[in-house]
Design a protein around this ligand. Structure first.
Ligand SMILES: [Fe+2]
Length: 387
């Protein structure tokens, strides 16, 4: 362990493992990093950025101490989540929107690699009202968030805003750790398409028999830059470490179902007062695979489980290109022949694939909205959001 490392680490102690029954996995022992209040570009920030990158390249996941404020926001968000999910089905099912994918997803509704997941989800996307020009113009996935009430809206929004600040800080530290010019990553996250999955998993003996026993969410990678997650004390998250023998590119060919039943999974035990951070497809693409998207899956445990995953993303309108330079020449391959990836299209494809029967998918198809993704104004971050 490098000498500087210890100055960032709170402690390496873990609580007792609570691996879900029926899963064989190594139990992770992760150090917990402490982030500065502000990343200023100091030597310490550069060293921290390098230490974070080393940890992602070794383990595929890092653990960060919550601030006291974040801990309070997570507690409030978790309480709002429990209140929401304990309502009758009809009340939850009313929280859908035909233009955005925000809102309720029932247990067994989401499909990963053709098999039902038992997660119960409230998705939060950018909350855009009917007067927003992007909504008026029918841009795919753009619309309001169908909140059940203002209390949930407030708790979730405040937590998301705090995680948004943390996401920007992490991207800044990654830029420093990779030796990139400031803004190399954060230029894509202006008006980022950040979103959140508020998650509840039933206990494994309380499912409807549509999916696979013990299946919470099947193996997959997430599609953006960073995923900052919190979990309660039950346990269910598994990840795979970066591995030379396992190469994949989810934006070319779906990584869903990848190595689902293979050996080699690592269980991430719940630790009080931390966020975990894994990487998404766009980080892998930008860094030519130097940082890889982290395959993960969720198993059902003996008790119900609450978790929260915040996705720190590029702008919907961003067209990403692999980085040129940085990381001591390791990222120095030319990107000029690469067409780039339009994040809005990548995002829309993921949701179409996961929710083929949702009202949002049906309306998008019926109104021919998908073809708007090819239009110039949806692929230019500097363009005014008016048509
Ligand atoms: Fe995920």
């Amino acid at each position: 362990m490098p000498e500087h490392h210890s100055t960032f680490v709170v402690d390496g102690a873990q609580r007792a493992a609570k691996t879900p029954p029926g899963f064989k996995a190594e139990v992770a022992q992760l150090d917990t990093f402490k982030l500065p209040d502000r990343a200023t570009g100091s030597l310490g920030d550069h060293l921290l950025g390098k230490a974070l990158i080393d940890a992602w390249r070794k383990d595929g996941i890092i653990q960060i101490a919550m601030t006291d404020e974040e801990k309070k926001l997570w507690d409030d968000a978790k309480a709002a989540s429990q209140k929401f999910f304990r309502q009758p089905h009809a009340a939850k099912a009313a929280c859908v929107d035909s233009q955005s994918y925000a809102g309720y997803i029932a247990s067994g509704e989401e499909v990963t690699d053709g098999i039902a997941d038992y997660s119960e989800i409230f998705t939060i996307t950018k909350d855009l009202g009917p007067s927003d020009p992007r909504v008026r113009a029918g841009w795919p996935c753009h619309g309001p968030c169908p909140w059940p009430d203002s209390a949930m809206k407030e708790a979730m929004t405040r937590y998301n805003e705090a995680l948004g600040r943390q996401g920007e800080k992490l991207l800044g530290l990654i830029e420093m750790g990779l030796g990139l010019a400031p803004g190399s990553l954060t230029r894509y996250t202006r008006d980022g398409w950040h979103h959140t999955r508020v998650l509840r998993f039933p206990p494994r003996n309380m499912t409807n028999g549509k999916g696979k026993e013990g299946r919470g969410i099947g193996s997959h990678t997430d599609y953006g830059l960073l995923v900052i997650a919190a979990q309660d004390d039950v346990g269910g998250l598994f990840i795979r470490r970066p591995n030379e023998e396992e190469k994949f590119a989810n934006w070319v060919k779906s990584a869903a179902g990848l190595r689902e039943d293979d050996e080699g999974w690592m269980f991430i035990p719940p630790v009080d007062g931390v966020h975990t951070v894994i990487l998404g497809d766009m980080m892998q693409y930008l860094t030519h695979g130097f940082l890889e998207a982290t395959p993960h899956k969720v198993g059902l445990n003996t008790r119900e489980r609450y978790a929260f995953a915040y996705f720190h993303e590029p702008s919907f309108q961003a067209v990403l290109k692999p980085l040129e330079g940085g990381c001591g020449g390791k990222l120095d391959r030319s990107a000029k022949d690469d067409q780039g990836i339009h994040y809005g299209t990548h995002f829309t494809n993921m949701f179409l694939r996961n929710y083929p029967d949702r009202i949002t998918t049906k309306r998008m198809v019926a109104e021919g909205r998908y073809s708007l993704l090819d239009r110039e104004e949806l692929r230019t971050m500097d363009a005014p959001a008016t048509l």
